[in-house]
Ligand binder design. Structure first.
Ligand SMILES: O=C(O)CCC(=O)C(=O)O
Length: 303
């Protein structure tokens, strides 16, 4: 197995073979440049604008939550629009001022979309019925895997904030950590300049790492992740990365003039159960039994 070059391939096969699955187990991720068609990318990208136009400042459909004043953590500051009938919500980037008379501009300044799979048929198709993605997930998680969450980060041109080093399982309340995978799909060219994914190959094998709330977000310290070992995964629109829930990863800030939108979905194996947070916190713990993940009760608020 060639582990000296990134686990980045052109085509996602119809049925991943044992070598690909072995590489996933070894390195904690696989990336493919060509997965969604240009039409699927366009529909998924336009969908973000459609949802912003449907929900933002529409008091019948969504409520507005604005935490800027009490929120010290940079990545939790933007205005949040929350559906009144489902868990769907989206949040504006940092200090960007959302205005009802500038919805196109607002759509280009969204930071986060959450619980969006059922909002549009294109998201449901990609998340749950895309044949090659289903085959890939079946190969790495086993048959009867289940959806766990949908949460996508977008990085607006020029102001897109960094998502610092973290493991996704630092957030997810499940009872075991060997059967959770994320799928990250580029909707724009994702480059180092506009904030593509960076991973620590094989970093999932060390298990849970300590996270803390910084002034930016919940993150692993740089001593814990050795950024020199990181690999940048640049992907064209429609390219996809599947990665282990324990793989340390980050995306840098976008200071470039090009936006970087992405979709993200998480899945769990049939053997993995969702459990109460107290039970999960006892497992995502160090030798002293202390929780190592992202404890929302400790989010920094303004002094
Ligand atoms: O899309 C990004 O910028 C980062 C996504 C990510 O790492 C996450 O949501 O956990």
């Amino acid at each position: 197995m060639d582990t000296n070059t990134p686990a980045l391939y052109d085509v996602l096969p119809e049925q991943p073979d044992a070598d690909l699955v072995a590489r996933y187990r070894e390195e904690g991720y696989l990336a493919f440049r060509q997965v969604l068609t240009p039409e699927e990318v366009k529909a998924a990208s336009d969908g973000i604008n459609q949802l912003v136009h449907k929900y933002a400042f529409n008091d019948a459909l969504s409520e507005r939550i604005y935490k800027a004043k009490e929120q010290k953590m940079q990545n939790g500051r933007g205005m949040l629009f929350k559906s009144r009938t489902s868990d769907f919500h989206f949040q504006v980037e940092g200090d960007y001022e959302a205005r009802p008379d500038r919805l196109d501009e607002l759509a280009d300044n969204i930071r986060k979309f959450q619980s969006y799979t059922q909002e549009l048929p294109i998201y449901d198709f990609i998340a749950n019925r895309h044949p090659r993605l289903r085959a890939l997930l079946g190969a790495v998680l086993g048959p009867d895997y289940q959806p766990y969450s949908s949460m996508a980060l977008c990085k607006p041109a020029g102001i897109g904030a960094a998502k610092p080093w973290h493991q996704d399982l630092a957030y997810f309340a499940v009872n075991r950590f060997d059967g959770v995978a994320g799928v990250w799909i580029a909707l724009d060219p994702a480059t180092v300049a506009n904030g593509c994914m960076h991973v620590i190959p094989g970093g999932h094998r060390t298990g849970p790492r300590p996270h803390y709330w910084s002034k930016v977000d919940c993150e692993i310290t740089t001593e814990e992740v050795a950024p020199a070992a990181a690999v940048a995964i640049e992907l064209p629109p429609g390219g996809l990365m599947v990665f282990d829930g324990l793989l340390p990863h980050e995306t840098p800030a976008n200071r470039s003039p090009l936006r970087r939108r992405a979709l993200q979905f998480h899945y769990r194996s049939a053997a993995t159960q969702v459990v109460p947070r107290e039970e999960y916190q006892k497992k995502f713990a160090g030798p002293d039994g202390l929780f190592l993940g992202c404890d929302y009760s400790k989010v920094a608020t303004k002094e």
